[in-house]
Structures are given as structure tokens and as C-alpha cells.
Design a protein around this ligand. Structure first.
Ligand code: NAD
Ligand code: ISE
Length: 344
């Protein structure tokens, strides 16, 4: 049976996921869309499925018997209500990060899913599906570099629009590290601090850029993440785990080395769509396959909640300065699986 998907929010990633589900994946077809701009949404869908239809609201799309499962790719502040509606309808839902913009809203989703009785929610944390991060995790878990002591990360975007403010550096951008580092280290956070270096002249009044986030984990690992979203030169994701016996670093994306006019150079990607293109394919294929099997295994609502608890603390740290404690509740047994609540 082909899984009939409905997509809520047909902006940058919504359109990319429609293309992906139609042309790169197997077992699914996008039959419906909904967006604040229904005409643009329908036009975006019809490029890939001439028979697709647009619904006036996300809620109507979710309720439709023509839709088996839902992708939520609208703005972060709207995710919670659509995920809740999908759970109430008993439908599988893939929700782009963040699961919701506050830990309280994420917790309400966790509670609703547990009350439903089986997993229905997968969160769009794609980095655990990235070959580079998977290889890095394998090395860390093998013990080759010894016990991890520190992690140095950078999350750099070329530029961001005017609507992107200081808080989004955490809620929209850092949230990827907040998730992937829990999975990489099999650990959780106990405190956060945010430091603002000298600001770049390429930022605007509502965005403090760059920022450095300092995290401490239960096991005592110290993490620093540079978030620099107007770095100009490209889209650059770095992660190095320092262990007692060595250092393991995230591989750079494959790039041709060019020797020319007395220079040796490689290109740097500029777009998150390209940097993680394979990971997005694998995460969504996993969602489609899991829905068809009737059992999800990807990043869970609990993973979305855990990242959000940490992200709330980071936002407090942005506003208050100083070290903010993070109290992570114990994970309910409902989410027991391979120890991280997701595919290994
Ligand atoms: P975008 O602004 O390009 O698109 C969002 C779309 O959602 C717009 O078309 C908007 O009209 C629509 N929308 C807003 N509110 C809506 C509502 N209530 N109902 C229906 N549609 C609504 O944004 P984007 O870059 O595509 O980001 C969308 C989401 O995807 C965000 O949560 C973002 O964090 C996430 N995202 C994830 C990744 C990733 O790497 N996993 C990358 C980019 C974006
Ligand atoms: C965007 O929403 C993403 O998720 C990208 O992966 C991230 O790099 C960017 O900073 C976010 O705004």
C-alpha cells in the first residue's frame, strides 16, 4: 500500500520534502497540502502530483480520509497544534524541528502520545541519519578515543533573514546540536550558559550574532557550540569530540580538491538542503517505512521534548546571563528502545 501523505506548510523545507517524497523515496505519495497561502501550496504540489489537492486548514487535511500520515513543515510556533490534532486523529506525523517552541508544549505532546498508547510522532532531527555523524558516533562508542571529555562544535549559516532574532539562534538552529549531541554521547544536559562575543557588522538590531553556548552533561562532558548565522562564507557544521586518548571529528562533506594557479582549494557548501540532502532522504524513508510497518523508530516526541527542555534553559541563559541549571525528567519507559529512543 502506498502511504498517502499530507504536507502542512509548503515553504522551503515543505517543498523540498514534497520533491523528496515524490522523486527520491519509495512507498509514499503526497496527495494533499495546506498553507496560509493555499494557491501557492497547490501550485507547489501540482508540479509533482497534478491530482493533488489543497485543504483550507491543516486540521481539515489531518482529518481527511484521503490522508494516511502527515508532514508538519510550517513555522515552529504552529507545530504543536498540528501534532496534537494528528495524535487525536490516530495518524502518524513527521514534525520538522522544533517539535514545539516550548518544553511545556512538547511535554503535552508526549503525554498525548502516551495516552494514545503507541508512538505516532517522529521529529525531523535528521543529523542522526547523516553518515558523518553516524561514523563519528561509532568511533566514540568504540572506545578508541577513550572517555569523551569535551566537544567543540560550530553551526554556521551564511546569512539569515530579518525575521530571525536572537532567540531563534537557540530554538531554530542550536536545537540540532541539542539533539544530536545527546544521541552522540548518550547523555543529557545539566546546565547551560550563553556568551556573546563581539557582534558581527553583518547582523541586525534584533539578532545578537555570533553566540557561544556552553553546556555541561550529566557525565561531566563540557560542550561549546559557536552559533554564527551570518558567517558569510558558507554553511559549515563542525563537531569534534575530545577523549582521554584522542580526538574524533565529524568528516567534511565530500568535495573535489582543485589544484589551480598555485592554489589547492575545495568548495564549501552554502545551503543546509545540500549539506544534509542524503540524511533528509534517509530520515523520511525511515518515516515512510515505519508508517507502513505500523511502528515508528526515528527521533521521538521525547527527543523533541528533551531538546526543548535544554533550549528553554539556553533562552533563559541568553536573557539572564550566568549558568542556568537544566532539570531533565526521567524518560518514560514508553520510549525505551535502543537507549536513545531512536534508530541506532
Ligand atoms: P518557510 O518560512 O520557508 O516555510 C514555512 C511555511 O509554512 C510557509 O509557506 C508558511 O506560509 C507556512 N505556514 C506558516 N504557518 C502556517 C500554518 N498555521 N498553517 C499552514 N502553513 C503555515 O520556513 P522553512 O524554512 O520551510 O521552515 C519550516 C520548518 O521547518 C521550521 O520549523 C524550521 O525550523 C524547519 N526546518 C528544518 C530544517 C532542518 O534542517 N531539519 C531546515 C529548514 C527548516
Ligand atoms: C534551519 O531552520 C535549519 O534547520 C538548518 O538546518 C539550520 O542550519 C538553520 O540555522 C535553521 O534556521
Amino acid at each position: 500500500m502506498t502511504l498517502r501523505l499530507g504536507v502542512i506548510g509548503t515553504g522551503a523545507i515543505g517543498r523540498d520534502h514534497i520533491r523528496r517524497c515524490t522523486h527520491a523515496l519509495s512507498g509514499a505519495t503526497v496527495v494533499a497540502v495546506s498553507d496560509l497561502d493555499p494557491d501557492a501550496a497547490l501550485a507547489a504540489l501540482r508540479v509533482h502530483n497534478p491530482e493533488g489537492r489543497a485543504f483550507a486548514s491543516g486540521e481539515e487535511l489531518i482529518a481527511s480520509p484521503e490522508v494516511d500520515a502527515v508532514l508538519v513543515t510550517s513555522w515552529g510556533g504552529t507545530h504543536a497544534r498540528y501534532v496534537q490534532a494528528a495524535i487525536a486523529a490516530g495518524k502518524f506525523v513527521f514534525c520538522e524541528k522544533p517539535l514545539a517552541t516550548t518544553a511545556a508544549d512538547c511535554r503535552a505532546i508526549v503525554d498525548a502520545e502516551i495516552a494514545h498508547g503507541t508512538r505516532l510522532v517522529q521529529v525531523g532531527f535528521m543529523r542522526p541519519y547523516d553518515d558523518g555523524y553516524r561514523a563519528l558516533r561509532q568511533v566514540v562508542r568504540s572506545g578508541k578515543i577513550g572517555t569523551p571529555l569535551m566537544v567543540h562544535c560550530a553551526h554556521r549559516n551564511q546569512s539569515v533573514p530579518e525575521m530571525y532574532g536572537t532567540e531563534m539562534a537557540v530554538v531554530d538552529t542550536l536545537v540540532h546540536e541539542l539533539d544530536v549531541l545527546r544521541w552522540l554521547l548518550d547523555d543529557d544536559y545539566v546546565s547551560a550558559q550563553v556568551i556573546f562575543p563581539r557582534a558581527t557588522r553583518h547582523t541586525h538590531a534584533k539578532l545578537r550574532d555570533p553566540q557561544i553556548v556552553l553546556l555541561e552533561t550529566r557525565k561531566g562532558v563540557r560542550i561549546d557550540v559557536e552559533i554564527f548565522v551570518n558567517c558569510r562564507y558558507g554553511y559549515d557544521i563542525q563537531c569534534a569530540v575530545v577523549g582521554e586518548e584522542g580526538i574524533a571529528s565529524l568528516p567534511e562533506p565530500a568535495a573535489v580538491a582543485v589544484r589551480h594557479e598555485a592554489r589547492l582549494s575545495t568548495e564549501i557548501l552554502v545551503d543546509w538542503k545540500e549539506r544534509f540532502i542524503a540524511a533528509y532522504d534517509v530520515e523520511l524513508q525511515d518515516f515512510v517505512d515505519s508508517c507502513r510497518r505500523g511502528q515508528l523508530r526515528g527521533p521521538s516526541a521525547w527527543d523533541g521534548f528533551a531538546a526543548s527542555v535544554a533550549s528553554d534553559a539556553c533562552v533563559r541563559a541568553q536573557n539572564e546571563g550566568g549558568v542556568v541549571p537544566i532539570a531533565m525528567p526521567d524518560r518514560p519507559s514508553f520510549y525505551d528502545g535502543d537507549g536513545t529512543g531512536r534508530a541506532a
